[in-house]
Design a protein around this ligand. Structure first.
Ligand SMILES: [Zn+2]
Ligand SMILES: [Zn+2]
Length: 404
């Protein structure tokens, strides 16, 4: 049945990879398993009003977002501390005795509780809620990709869907383990610079933390990402994440474990270096995770009016389609400042490193044709005013090519 469904929908997808449909086999590790339940879920879903459906999809995106680093377990620990249920002693009361290292000494008592509960919630969110999100777009609306998809004529093959879920689950497990260690350590009174009473540092600092943490974390992630695009690191680690030229929500955690750990450890540095209120830090972090799902969804989400700083989903989708360009996530200013923002008169490909692309007059005829084809495969509905920002008319190509 899965094979039949996909065949039917692929053939209706107006220019999609029809040739893939003949090779589709039921694969429990690929998202094709969702198609098996398409009829049942559709029957229930059709009774839900469209507006309610949209709210459910947004909440689902948010829930998967909280889970991508297993960070809900940290929220639980800080909330308990805020409410006065702290059980651990502070570091000043008992310092670590390095000559007699024990679980208690390392402040890892009850680690299994945090780890197991983190696993249960994160896997449920990733497969259950993430699976629902995938069904909502990629199965339910497979026959009308021009209405919602950033790259409507291209789809990940079932093999790549399988690949991203296996790699994504592996890195998710690693992230969850680190989060569980952090949560256990803090719950047991380990050293950190997190505070709970706003009055400790005043309202001004409390409010200022939101933009400061947002800007610092975004700038750090811009540079980590850009550095992972240097040839040596790209080939060994980051290339794995770029297997998905049409990312889906499952691609968010589908990162090489070394890179994933690296990012997570850098992102938690504010918790140990500056006085941060847990609420401001985790509000920003969860907002970033939520947009991580949006950016990788492959869906033409656009920023709301109240987020003038936020790039639309197509910004990171472009990064996956064209590779060494648009390294930022939640602000495009870093790319604009450092010259790595996608420009109309430049060509970007996986073999053109460092984020500046190549001037259109320098590429070969074959490369130019390939690039034009890529540009034409983008969905105008993913851009502001529903117009392709990077489409080149024959006259523009001629003019750009003759410019020296
Ligand atoms: Zn990248
Ligand atoms: Zn990505």
């Amino acid at each position: 049945m899965a094979k039949k469904n996909r065949q039917k929908k692929y053939q209706n997808s107006n220019g999609g990879h029809i040739e893939d449909s003949s090779n589709v086999i039921f694969d429990p590790m690929s998202v094709t398993w969702l198609e098996k339940y398409d009829k049942i879920v559709s029957r229930i879903w059709n009774k839900v009003p469209t507006s309610v459906g949209k709210v459910i999809a947004t909440v689902a995106t948010f829930l998967v977002g909280i889970s991508i680093n297993g960070d809900w377990v940290n929220l639980f620990v800080h909330l308990r501390k805020q409410l006065g249920y702290a059980t651990g002693r502070s570091l000043s009361e008992t310092s670590i005795m390095w000559n007699s290292i024990s679980i208690e000494n390392l402040r890892l008592t009850n680690f299994s509780f945090y780890f197991i509960s983190s696993c249960v919630v994160s896997y449920t969110m990733y497969f259950g809620v993430g699976g629902f999100l995938h069904w909502y777009y990629y199965v339910r609306q497979r026959d009308r990709p021009y209405e919602w998809k950033c790259q409507p004529t291209k789809w990940l093959s079932p093999e790549l869907e399988r690949h991203e879920i296996i790699l994504g689950t592996f890195s998710l497990t690693l992230n969850m383990t680190v989060s569980a260690i952090l949560a256990t350590y803090i719950a047991n009174g380990g050293y950190c610079t997190v505070y709970y009473q706003i009055s400790d540092y005043g309202w001004f600092w409390f409010l200022l933390q939101f933009p400061i943490i947002y800007i610092i974390l975004d700038y750090i992630t811009y540079w980590i990402h850009r550095i992972y695009h240097f040839p040596w690191l790209y080939v060994r680690f980051h290339k794995l994440h770029h297997k998905y030229k049409q990312p889906t929500a499952f691609s968010v955690t589908a990162i090489h474990p070394v890179e994933s750990l690296n990012i997570q450890l850098l992102l938690i540095t504010p918790l140990f270096t500056i006085p941060v209120h847990w609420l401001s830090y985790y509000t920003v972090v969860i907002y970033n995770y939520y947009h991580g799902i949006i950016d990788h969804s492959g869906v033409n989400f656009k920023a709301y009016w109240w987020q003038p700083w936020q790039p639309d989903a197509i910004f990171h989708d472009n990064h996956h389609q064209y590779c060494h360009v648009n390294f930022g996530f939640n602000l495009s200013i870093w790319d604009k400042l450092h010259g790595t923002f996608r420009l109309k008169d430049r060509v970007y490909r996986e073999d053109i490193f460092f984020g500046n692309g190549k001037a259109i007059q320098e590429v070969s005829e074959a490369e130019l044709l390939e690039d034009i084809k890529e540009r034409q495969s983008e969905n105008p509905l993913a851009y502001k005013n529903n117009k392709l920002d990077y489409e080149l008319s024959p006259a523009q190509i001629k003019r750009l090519k003759s410019k020296k």
